[in-house]
Structure formats: structure tokens, C-alpha cells
Design a protein around this ligand. Structure first.
Ligand code: HEM
Length: 120
């Protein structure tokens, strides 16, 4: 699971910096919130989680790790896609952004629980 998270994280890294580059070239900073969260929740958070699972392999064997993996990776694209559409003028997607965000937060809570309880 650690390897997969690290691989997913570098995809977010690429998307995040490409979006930053686009914003710089276009002088359009409307999507800064998307850029920031792709980089921090997609790249940084997932790469750190992946490295922690490699450092402490017992952590990735737990149900909490599976819950974190799936909720973070399912919720984040919904949150980021929804936020992009919301900023571009589609107020109807606010529910999707909210659901995606809550799913990610529950996934992160599972990760936090896993580290606090199972890291020896
Ligand atoms: C080549 C890579 C990158 C480019 C071209 C880029 C570009 C940008 C641009 C144009 C903005 C908007 C600035 C503004 O609103 O005035 C921004 C904001 C931001 N970026 Fe990036 N970025 C890059 C990589 C990253 C990475 C790797 C991270 C985090 C891991 C990051 C985190 C942030 C944050 C937190 C902000 C918000 C700053 C604020 O509003 O005060 N960026 N970036």
C-alpha cells in the first residue's frame, strides 16, 4: 500500500505543478485553492503516508489503513473536481465538494487513529 500511495502522490504532484504553471502563465489565479489542495492533500499528504507505511510496515496491514486508503483516494478527486467546477461557476456542485471533503477527513481520521494506536 505504501508503494501505491507514493505512486498516486506523484501523479497529484504533476497535476498540481502543471496547474500552478498554467496559473502563472495565464495570470489567472482563480484555481489557487485547487492547486494548493492538490499539492498538499494529494502530493504531500499521500507521499508522507506512503513513506510512513514503508517505515512501519505493520501500519499498512490494518483495517484503518485500508479505510484511509480508499476514503482519501475516492474523496479527493470528488472534492478537487467539484471545487474546480464550483470556482468556474457551477454552484450546484457544492454538495459534491462537501461530500468529497467529509470523506477525505474521515479517511484522514482513520490514518491518525492508525498511527496513534498501532505505531510501536
Ligand atoms: C512549479 C511548481 C508550482 C508553481 C508554478 C506554482 C504556482 C503557484 C501560483 C501561481 C500560485 C498563486 C499565487 C497567488 O495567488 O498570488 C500558487 C499558490 C500556492 N501554491 Fe503553488 N506552485 C507550484 C508548486 C507548489 C507546491 C509543490 C506546493 C505545495 C506543496 C504549492 C503550494 C501553494 C500554496 C500553499 C499556495 C497559496 C499561497 C497563498 O495564497 O498565499 N505550490 N502557486
Amino acid at each position: 500500500m505504501g508503494n501505491v500511495l507514493i505512486k498516486i502522490s506523484v501523479i497529484y504532484f504533476m497535476i498540481g505543478v502543471l496547474l500552478g504553471l498554467y496559473m502563472s502563465i495565464a495570470h489567472n489565479y482563480a484555481l489557487t485553492g485547487v492547486h494548493v489542495h492538490i499539492n498538499l492533500l494529494g502530493w504531500m499528504s499521500l507521499v508522507v503516508a506512503g513513506i510512513i507505511y514503508k517505515l512501519y510496515p505493520n501500519l499498512e496491514q490494518t483495517a484503518a489503513a485500508k479505510i484511509h486508503f480508499w476514503l482519501h483516494n475516492l474523496g479527493l478527486p470528488v472534492m478537487m473536481g467539484g471545487l474546480t467546477l464550483l470556482i468556474l461557476g457551477n454552484p450546484g456542485v457544492v454538495v459534491a465538494v462537501s461530500i468529497g471533503s467529509i470523506v477525505v477527513v474521515i479517511g484522514i481520521a482513520s490514518f491518525v487513529f492508525n498511527v496513534l494506536v498501532n505505531l510501536k
